[in-house]
Design a protein around this ligand. Structure first.
Ligand SMILES: NC(=O)c1ccc[n+]([C@@H]2O[C@H](COP(=O)([O-])OP(=O)(O)OC[C@H]3O[C@@H](n4cnc5c(N)ncnc54)[C@H](O)[C@@H]3O)[C@@H](O)[C@H]2O)c1
Length: 441
């Protein structure tokens, strides 16, 4: 789970919904006669359904409902109260005719079979991400799926194959790819300030016991993974910006990974402290190591360290650092060193002036628009919606989505085999060699 940025207060703005995009599409069906978010004379609103209206799903729904020219005619959740809550959000936002789908785990299919939807946001437990995304693409609906989009290598291939066969866009909603500082660093890398990239470090260090366990200290669906798995089970927030910083899928790709897990003390320690020694979940054996370190090597020979660290009491930290032949950026220090440019030889200097100078145009555009909305999640959603509207490529491709997610199963395989190297499949089937950078270009 990504946490709001506190250290640097990033200015917020809004990007007006892309006006005038009128791509025709065989996917479009009848418009409901109900009230919509558009005004007369404007193109038909883009229509997005939401599956999984719990914590994250309602967060994303709230963002969608601030956008002009967009309707949410259908929401789905196995818990009727959650779907009803989402429907009320839609109505309170001045939209009408939002239908709920609550008839069990497979009812999402009826939502996806609707002829009037252009796309869908999926924010359910992880096991459902690939089956729902595959069904959605086959039904002609653009997919914006929460993280990680796949749990196995086979699921990654299913997503790639279906996306290629249907031609329908599929994007994992990795919000940290869109963070303002990360996009400014991307600009600096593309302008050659750091020289040739060699190495990167990233982490998702976030005490998520509140998310793995419910209010009474029992494992939620997410916490049940801690019992049976030992892997980097949340690799996408670390990798979000790294993918484009390192040109993965467009000039380079991950060749193999090795992963090592520490012992597991954090879960029991935190449960014991909060609930005492007789708390029933303490009888479980939790496989998940507290800190998982994955080292990836790319075919070009670059290296990447990924840390997962989500069950010990600690401050939030992503520890992003990217190093090239001429300089480096360090997120923890909020600093850069550029050889021949930084005032003091081999000494850090503050990142802030670079943030200003290399601020990405997406953020400038978003700020320039009025409305009081904005931020990283808004930018991510807006770029997804623009792709749906235009029936064009999504900013994060299906290949990016699966490469970020595949660290989950590959790290599990490596740990099981005593930190043995595990090959990363080339999901692009060779296209990475010729593909030019496309994210945020
Ligand atoms: N990007 C971020 O910053 C961020 C933050 C939080 C969560 N997430 C991701 O969002 C996803 C959801 O997490 P959450 O915290 O909202 O979980 P949650 O448990 O609050 O919500 C999940 C919802 O899905 C519903 N659901 C379960 N099975 C379903 C099915 N078959 N059909 C329809 N609905 C179903 C549940 O009833 C629940 O309301 C996860 O993938 C999580 O990793 C991302």
């Amino acid at each position: 789970m990504a946490r709001p940025i506190r250290r640097r207060r990033l200015l917020q703005g809004t990007l007006a919904a892309a006006a005038g995009a009128t791509a025709t599409s065989a996917l479009r069906g009848q418009a409901p006669a109900a009230k919509t978010a558009s005004t007369p004379g404007e193109p038909r609103p883009v229509r997005i359904g939401v599956i999984g209206t719990g914590g994250r799903g309602t967060g994303l729904l709230g963002g969608l409902l601030t956008m002009k020219g967009l309707d949410v005619p259908a929401v789905c959740d196995v818990r009727p109260a959650a779907a009803e809550n989402a429907r009320n959000m839609v109505l309170r936002a001045g939209r009408s005719a939002c239908e709920t789908y609550t008839a069990g785990e497979e009812d999402f299919k009826r939502l996806l079979d609707r002829s009037d939807l252009d796309g869908v946001i999926i924010a359910t437990p992880w096991e459902w991400h690939t089956p729902m995304s595959v069904y959605a693409m086959k039904a002609g609906k653009y997919v914006g799926c929460e993280v990680p989009i796949a749990l196995t290598v086979e699921e990654c291939w299913q997503l790639v194959d279906t996306c290629e066969q249907t031609g329908v866009g599929c994007m994992m909603m990795e919000n940290w790819s869109f963070r303002r500082d990360n996009l400014a660093v991307l600009n600096m890398i593309r302008q050659g300030l750091l020289g040739e990239i060699i190495h990167c470090h990233c982490a998702h260090s976030h005490n998520c016991m509140h998310w793995y366990f419910d209010g009474r200290g029992y494992p939620r669906w997410s916490g049940r993974h801690l019992i049976r798995r030992n892997c980097d089970l949340y690799p996408t927030h670390s990798l979000g910006p790294v993918l484009s910083w390192m040109d993965l899928n467009c000039g380079d790709r991950i060749d193999y990974v090795t992963s090592t897990a520490s012992r597991c003390l954090g879960i029991r320690g935190q449960l014991l402290k909060k609930y005492g020694p007789n708390h029933p979940p303490l009888k479980e054996k939790y496989l998940q190591g507290d800190i998982v370190t994955t080292v990836a090597r790319t075919v070009k020979g670059n290296t990447l360290v990924i840390n997962n660290d989500m069950q010990t009491p600690r401050p939030y930290d992503n520890r992003w650092e990217i190093e090239g032949t001429n300089g480096l950026y360090n997120e923890q220090r909020n600093a850069v060193y550029i050889h021949g440019v930084s005032p003091k030889h081999e000494q850090w200097e503050p990142f802030a002036p670079y943030q200003e100078k290399y601020d990405h145009k997406w953020w400038k555009e978003m700020q320039a628009s009025a409305g009081g909305h904005g931020g990283t999640d808004y930018l991510e959603l807006d770029k997804f919606v623009q792709a749906v509207r235009a029936k064009g490529p999504t900013p994060i491709s299906v290949y990016d989505s699966v490469v970020m997610s595949v660290i989950f199963p590959l790290s599990e395989q490596s740990i099981t085999k005593g930190s043995a190297p595990v090959k990363c499949p080339d999901f692009t089937r060779g296209k990475w060699e010729k593909s030019k950078p496309y994210f945020a270009v």
